[in-house]
Write a protein that binds this ligand. Structure first.
Ligand SMILES: [Mn+2]
Length: 333
């Protein structure tokens, strides 16, 4: 046991420093990026539940939990960003999970910045900034959930079933159910422990991936109807307009992972999806490992960021102009 702990400490010196800060904290406030995904929410829920089991209070901030992840949260209450300033009042540690960019923390940054000495970051993204005094950043981690599992080990906090379910969802959603190139023994080790703690993989899969509304399937149909191939079929460019949402009844949070459907085509190396929302365009990129395209670099050229295989950005409209700019950044002419 002590051998394991010292090995972990050596592997994660910043994780150990963050663990030391959390051990002494009593009132935790957990925040994550705008439009939280499975890793963001799962990591928050796992850390909050593990901290509460230690007698601490832990509150999480989220405007609205995406429909697909509501089963993970159960009946848990979240602090609405508009109520954050009052709610944050007595927090003694603020943990930022799954981002290291203030540009992705638009709803909480003005409030949490006043907690600067108590701000802690746990994140696995390549791109980021010095947004907190202690930042544990590990781009080799497949998910922030992997880092949270390792943090719990450093703290000696148990990984029971209530913690394991959101943690496994965090790791499995960020790895596309353990099929992306980021999937490694470290991630599978965490998943194995979650299953050992009582999580049923088939029940979790069904809850995550076989639980869509018909509206989302209709939106998928629209996206595929809008698909255009470029560069000899290497690039799949897709768009969703405001009208596509209005006519299908789908909501903005139902676009998550939609664009990876285009990667089913053998020749496609890069998939791009542009979503029109309130006059602005939200872009997402995915690439296959065999391609030589680092989509994080492409996204940075468009003012965004992310991972080599999955990245995002925002552009001004209209959709046609954003499409042209995205194709240009991808080197398509
Ligand atoms: Mn993540």
């Amino acid at each position: 046991m002590s051998d394991t702990n010292s090995a972990e400490s050596a592997a994660h010196p910043m994780g150990e420093r963050i663990a030391a800060r959390l051990r002494l904290g009593e009132r935790l406030l957990l925040v994550t990026h705008d439009r939280p995904d499975g890793d963001a929410l799962g990591s928050m829920l796992a850390l909050a539940r593990a901290a509460r089991a230690q007698g601490k209070t832990a509150r999480m901030v989220c405007r609205e939990v995406p429909r697909a992840y509501r089963f993970l949260a159960g009946g848990e209450a979240f602090v609405h960003p508009d109520d954050l300033r009052a709610a944050a009042g007595d927090a003694d540690r603020v943990v930022i999970l799954d981002t290291c960019s203030l540009a992705q923390l638009t709803e909480v940054r003005d409030t949490i910045i006043s907690y600067w000495p108590d701000l802690l970051v746990i994140d696995h993204h390549q791109t980021g900034h010095d947004i907190a005094p202690l930042r544990w950043r590990d781009p080799t981690a497949a998910a922030t959930g992997v880092m949270v599992a390792e943090l719990l080990d450093l703290l000696g906090w148990p990984l029971d079933r209530a913690v394991a379910e959101p943690l496994m969802a965090a790791v499995c959603t960020d790895t596309g159910w353990l099929r992306f190139s980021s999937t490694d023994a470290r991630a599978l080790g965490v998943v194995g422990r979650c299953i050992g703690a009582g999580v049923s993989p088939d029940a979790l899969y069904r809850a995550l991936y076989e639980n869509d509304r018909p509206e989302r399937l209709a939106l998928l149909g629209r996206m595929l109807a809008n698909l255009r191939y470029h560069d000899g079929g290497r690039v799949a460019m897709m768009t969703l307009s405001v009208a596509d949402f209005a006519q299908t009844g789908a909501t903005a949070d139902e676009t998550e992972n939609l664009l990876s459907e285009a990667l089913r085509v053998g020749a496609v190396q890069v998939a791009a999806l542009l979503v029109e929302q309130e006059g602005r365009i939200r872009g997402s990129l995915r690439s296959k490992p065999a391609s030589d395209v680092d989509v994080a670099a492409v996204a940075r050229r468009l003012g965004g960021g992310g991972h080599a295989r999955a990245a995002g950005f925002r552009l001004d409209g209209p959709l046609a102009d954003a499409t042209a700019r995205t194709l240009e950044a991808l080197g398509v002419r």
